[in-house]
Design a protein around this ligand. Structure first.
Ligand SMILES: [Zn+2]
Length: 158
């Protein structure tokens, strides 16, 4: 069912906020024939005490596809989403404050871009030093000139 996937991570996080979790339990084995299907029940329970709040078996099952939720005859291009660089959640284009973490979108994007540039700079420096080492070729081990770039990368990697 669209929007009803028990293995969805976002869904699990949202349920967790309500103190709930889901568990999938087999209630009927599949027949021995190829491509036979078994039946599973989706059980929603409280994390605190394991009390069952809802089960898929207790809910009415749609016999016919519901026209209001059926796939449209013609597809549509989904809206483009952006990422909040503070919490990595998807946000819509018109948002200026993240609805998930409350961060200022613009500030978070600038900070992210600065950090990305800094990392690229460190990687460049290290690559240049590696290239210089390769040019020296094999030889007796010498004390390597690991200058600022290398130590900086090590110091900030944690
Ligand atoms: Zn956020």
């Amino acid at each position: 069912m669209p929007g009803n996937n028990p293995y969805c991570h976002y869904r699990a996080l949202e349920l967790d906020k309500q103190g709930l979790r889901e568990r999938v339990e087999k209630i009927r084995d599949a027949a021995k024939t190829s491509f036979a299907v078994g039946e599973f029940e989706l059980i929603t329970e409280r994390v605190a005490d394991g009390v069952v709040v809802a089960t898929s078996a207790s809910q009415p099952r749609p016999r016919r596809p519901d026209p209001s939720t059926a796939s449209p005859a013609e597809g549509r291009i989904p809206p483009r989403l952006h990422l909040c660089r503070a919490c990595n959640a998807y946000i819509s284009l018109d948002e200026s404050t993240c609805p998930h973490c409350g961060a200022d979108i613009q500030t978070a994007a600038l900070t992210y871009e600065e950090e990305r540039r800094r990392r690229a700079g460190v990687i460049d420096k290290i690559e240049q030093q590696l290239a210089a080492l390769r040019q020296r070729g094999p030889g007796p081990a010498r004390s390597l000139d690991v200058s600022s770039a290398g130590t900086e990368a090590v110091a900030q990697s944690g």
